[in-house]
Design a protein around this ligand. Structure first.
Ligand SMILES: [Zn+2]
Length: 182
């Protein structure tokens, strides 16, 4: 868990630097990142409590798509089953940058006692299994949602476009017959 937290902080730091490079006002960027942090923590805990296996990230994808749409982005869903892609067009010309987060969880039973622990169960290779974000994809998704918020709010000054890719099944695709849409 500590490793994931450090990874999350490193990613957040990269995103801050990316936004910083786009802005003449580093303090403003820092303030925006600080302001969105409570939401990122809230999203991460919700995602952690509701993990979904590869190619079954239906609810996760809905949450992501709704968030990106609320920011006014062009959003495509059902990419490679359950993927979501949002396009943020800045108002100034510039390059296209892609930022990616993976969305799926693992067939692992959570054994820690935290308020947002996963109690999710699913079937995996004909066995009932616990499901858990044991690889940190909950943090990846929450951070990218936060980055989408920050960068969207800087749209007028953004030189170029940012593609937000929420990737399904990073842990490996399930056999086709196991994919059941609820
Ligand atoms: Zn992973």
């Amino acid at each position: 868990m500590r490793k994931h937290l450090l990874t999350a902080l490193a990613v957040l730091s990269c995103l801050t630097n990316f936004a910083w490079a786009q802005s003449n006002n580093g303090d403003l960027v820092q303030a925006k990142v600080t302001a969105i942090e409570p939401d990122v923590i809230k999203w991460r805990r919700d995602l952690h409590e509701h993990p979904e296996l590869s190619n079954r990230e239906f609810e996760t994808a809905k949450k992501v798509a709704a968030h990106l749409r609320s920011l006014g982005m062009e959003v495509k869903t059902d990419i490679a089953h359950t993927g979501v892609v949002g396009l943020l067009k800045g108002n100034k010309p510039g390059p296209v940058v892609a930022l990616r987060a993976d969305m799926d969880a693992l067939p692992v039973t959570e054994r820690v006692d935290i308020p947002f622990a996963s109690k999710a169960k699913s079937t995996y290779l004909d066995q009932e299994v616990g499901v858990m974000h044991a690889c940190g994809h909950d943090t990846h998704v929450a951070i990218l949602m936060g980055a989408a918020s920050v960068l969207s709010s800087m749209k007028d000054d953004l030189a170029g476009s940012v593609v937000f890719i929420f990737q399904p099944a990073e842990e490996g695709r399930l056999p086709e017959k196991k994919v059941v849409r609820n």
